[in-house]
Design a protein around this ligand. Structure first.
Ligand code: SAH
Ligand code: SF4
Ligand code: F3S
Length: 434
């Protein structure tokens, strides 16, 4: 049987798709690169915002038009746990099986049971212990290797569906993670990105995330270590020291703000206020002034007023993020916010606020990027083409900014090169090999 997997959502899903590929290969499934060739199509789905779910449903219908109904389509990932009833009950949704993020070992049996019975099969049970720590993800190369070190989330931010789709927090052992990092280094990977819904909740046998990062950095051959995402409520000094001082750990922190207003942050159950966030940023900058900072922001959370939104604008102005991912609040069924707070900020207001923040952030990103012009930076090559040109290649600097440069020097994906930055826009740096 030939399987094709398409991945939506966050990097955790990217990693999980590699886990799923590994599990299926063990059972003698063959992996193929297109839906056309496949007998089984898996969509590894995201449910974090309504748009993400809508995209997947549209894709299912489009895929069904490809074939005469013989292909099996399965949804895996975050939609199955969140929308299990709708997905199973909706007779018009042409899918064959669903599996949640903790059920991937059961995929071969779900596929087989569906083949035998012709009925939709389902396993969306969440586990307190599953970390797939004995599964070696199936990777296909590139510059970066993902490693999920913890799964689940216990934070219950009121807007967020992740604690329901992925269940309780659990961490892998330090030795197990380091062994995976060693395998990556041995396979030629120069960079690892350490993943968790909330990496600073990592905890195993008394070891915390700062300790884990340090241990990973001791792996020979690895040159860059990234991580995502930490939560601003618990960013310990020990972790800040590792990020600031360890030469292999990239000088970039993705620090989700969500809102700059303390009342809204309280309704979101973020457990920090505006001043706490600003104080943490000051502390980060006192340890490492040039630290690249990026963030996530939600506009139009229920009851957010214009004045409260102005606090978010104020924080964005004061922090000067290198980049920000800004979203309109999207009500998610089953979350605390959906139960307690009506989605009462109008679509027009949400649009007005997102446009305003994006415009401001674009100016800030442009100014920050322009400041790189003339500098020489280490770039890890990720791709031998860009969206716009096959004559260019692209990679990332230490701060995770995309750098585009003309191909040359026989360099390949995974190579580190010294690049002089010659130009910058709000989204990319441009440079030449030196
Ligand atoms: N675990 C990560 C976030 C995962 S979701 C963390 O805490 O950093 C990625 C981002 O999606 C969140 O940071 C948030 O900004 C956004 N998001 C989550 N739920 C949302 C919702 N209901 N509506 C709009 N944006 C949402
Ligand atoms: Fe969602 Fe909050 Fe957990 Fe992030 S920390 S996954 S936003 S509940
Ligand atoms: Fe989406 Fe699940 Fe990731 S909801 S953002 S795929 S954890």
């Amino acid at each position: 049987m030939k399987v094709y997997i398409e991945t939506y959502g966050c990097q955790m899903n990217e990693y999980d798709s590699e886990i799923v590929k590994s599990i299926l290969r063990e059972k003698a499934y063959a992996l193929v690169d297109s839906a056309e060739e496949a007998d089984i199509i898996l969509l590894n789905t995201c449910s974090v915002r309504e748009n993400a779910s809508r995209k997947v449903i549209a894709r299912v219908h489009a895929l069904r038009h490809l074939d005469d109904g013989r292909k099996k389509i399965g949804l895996i990932g975050c939609m199955p746990t969140n929308h299990r009833r709708d997905l199973i009950a909706d007779a018009k949704l042409p899918i064959d099986f669903i599996a949640g993020p903790d059920s991937y070992r059961r995929l071969p049996s779900l596929i087989e049971e569906n083949r035998v019975s012709g009925l939709k099969t389902c396993d969306v049970r969440l586990s307190r212990s599953e970390t797939y720590s004995d599964v070696h993800p199936f990777r296909t190369g590139g510059a970066n290797g993902w490693i999920a070190v913890m799964r689940g989330c216990d934070n219950f931010c009121t807007f967020c569906v992740v604690p329901y789709t992925r269940g309780r927090e659990r961490s892998r052992s330090v030795e197990n993670v380091v062994a995976e990092a060693r395998r990556l280094a041995a396979a030629g990977y120069k960079q690892v990105t350490v993943l968790g819904q909330n990496v600073n909740s990592y905890q195993h046998d008394g070891h915390d995330f700062a300790y884990l990062l340090d241990k990973i950095s001791e792996v020979e051959g690895l040159q860059r270590i990234r991580f995502t995402s930490p939560h601003p409520k618990d960013f310990p000094t020990s972790l800040l020291k590792v990020v600031a001082e360890n030469l292999k750990v990239c000088k970039h922190i993705h620090l989700p703000l969500q809102s700059g207003n303390s009342r809204i942050l309280d309704l979101m159950n973020r457990t920090y206020g505006k001043e706490d966030y600003l104080a943490l940023v000051d502390k980060i900058k006192s340890y490492y002034p040039a630290m690249a900072l990026t963030t996530d922001i939600i506009v139009g959370f229920p009851t957010e007023t214009d004045e409260e939104f102005a606090d978010t604008v104020d924080v964005v102005r004061r922090v000067q993020f290198d980049a920000a991912f800004i979203f309109k609040y999207s009500e998610r069924k089953g979350t605390i916010a959906a139960r307690k707070y009506p989605d009462d900020v109008s679509e027009e207001k949400k649009t007005e606020r997102i446009v305003r923040l994006n415009t401001l952030q674009k100016q800030i990103s442009l100014a920050k990027n322009k400041a790189h012009v003339g500098q020489v930076e280490d770039v890890l090559i990720e791709s031998l083409m860009t969206k716009k040109s096959p004559a260019d290649m692209q990679g990332r600097n230490d701060g995770n900014k995309l750098v585009i440069l003309p191909k040359g020097g026989g360099y390949d994906i995974g190579d580190f090169i010294k690049v002089r930055i010659t130009d910058a826009s709000a989204h990319v740096l441009k440079g030449v090999i030196i």
